[in-house]
Design a protein around this ligand. Structure first.
Ligand SMILES: *Cc1c(COP(=O)(O)O)cnc(C)c1O
Length: 383
């Protein structure tokens, strides 16, 4: 054969039987088959076999299988971001004329996406995250989906998920949970009866602020069919290189979560004692709305919480204070190894609701004493 052909068709041999501790990175758009007939028979395969790289190579399917195993799910679909996971749930579960219930504490971009869905004839109604079983009164004939997000974004309200599930299921309505805070492990979504559990793997699974990914996990066959049939059409493929990075992240997630929980509680408890701080909204501390549900339903806490400043502290002062921090960067997303601080100037509703300016902190792997010294110096600028 000409060398140009040999460049493409391997005739050389490598030894067989290589084994290591690392999951291999399988790349590929085209999947090849032994025979034409196999190619045709396999086109629908998405879990048992391989048909096309878009539906996952072994690296991506291994990540999905590990997430499903951790969450106790029937199956986990891996998608390009947490937002893609949220969008997939809407597109799979909602049709024109449907009604959806979403807590006002939900992740901001999820709320923004609902405005887009309104144009497609889906009506989205916000509800008080603390409604619990009383959510029943908000469910209509055409309610197709109830979202829960616990704790909520920014103000961290912990919801009574089992009570909401009961109210929804009694009326035949499915419940989807954004389980990102719990990393799919600190809250057992399926034991609480949730039908669909999504995560931004971007946060704790990735864990190093260097990848974007999401998962949609389903409890049963009907969820698998509903999500899977939509997922196959939307082109939500994931890079095997990113999946490999997420697989690496999983290996250290136990250690990271343990240390983050400890450091975060040290910083949160210190902040609680500062005169400029009125309230610390951390699910494991009693100031947080729904703390009792956290105690009942969660096996741990994570790295994210917010503080409410004393009423006399202004938004401009909090913004200056955040800028004065040396170890906390200003930045979206969280769950990595570095500490972050964010203000939310567009969420005046939250400042009004809690009677003071709000600063959200993500604690990283820095020594907590250094973070406290940094916060102390910045708080000193308020006087
Ligand atoms: C970050 C986040 C998402 C979105 O994840 P991306 O991967 O950034 O799209 C969804 N839900 C919650 C609660 C988040 O914090």
């Amino acid at each position: 054969m000409h060398w140009k052909t040999r460049l493409l068709h391997m005739t050389a041999k490598v030894p067989e039987g290589f084994r290591s501790l690392v999951s291999p990175v399988h790349r590929g758009s085209t999947v090849v088959f032994d025979r034409q007939r196999d190619a045709h028979d396999n086109w629908r395969a998405d879990q048992e076999g391989y048909a096309y790289g878009l539906f996952g190579t072994p690296t991506v399917l291994e990540l999905g299988a590990r997430i499903a195993d951790l969450e106790g799910a029937r199956h986990s679909f891996v998608v390009p971001s947490g937002m893609a996971a949220i969008a997939l749930v809407y597109l799979a579960c909602c049709r024109p004329g449907d009604h959806v219930l979403l807590p006002w504490s939900a992740y901001g971009p999820n709320v923004e996406l609902t405005r887009f869905l309104t144009d497609f004839g889906v009506e989205i109604e916000q509800y008080d995250p603390m409604l619990g079983e009383d959510l029943a009164s908000r469910i209509r004939e055409n309610t197709a989906l109830v979202w829960v997000e616990s704790p909520g974004s920014i103000t961290m309200e912990v919801q009574d998920v089992p009570a909401i599930v009961k109210a929804a299921h009694e009326r035949g309505v499915q419940v989807a949970l954004d389980n990102t805070y719990a990393a799919g492990v600190l809250f057992d979504a399926f034991a609480a009866g949730v039908d669909i559990s999504i995560q931004a793997l971007t946060k704790y699974v990735g864990g190093h602020s260097d990848l974007l990914m999401g998962s949609v996990s389903v409890r049963d066959d009907s969820g698998y069919e509903r999500i899977g049939s939509t997922w196959r059409l939307l082109g939500m493929g994931v890079s095997p290189d990113d999946a490999s990075r997420a697989l690496r992240g999983l290996q250290t997630m136990g250690l990271r979560l343990e240390q983050l929980e400890r450091s975060t509680l040290i910083v949160a408890r210190w902040l609680k004692d500062q005169p400029q701080i009125a309230r610390v909204l951390h699910p494991a501390l009693p100031d947080c709305v729904g703390h009792e549900f956290w105690k009942r339903d969660f096996t741990g806490s994570a790295s994210l919480f917010s503080v409410v400043f004393a009423p006399q502290v202004t938004a401009a002062q909090v913004s200056d204070l955040a800028d004065a921090l040396q170890l906390f960067d200003a930045g979206y997303s969280w769950g990595g190894v570095r500490s972050l601080a964010m203000t939310y100037p567009t969420r005046r509703d939250l400042a009004r609701r809690y009677g003071g300016e709000i600063l959200r902190l993500n604690i990283g792997l820095e020594a907590p004493d250094d973070l406290i010294a940094d916060l102390q110096a910045a708080l000193g600028t308020l006087r």
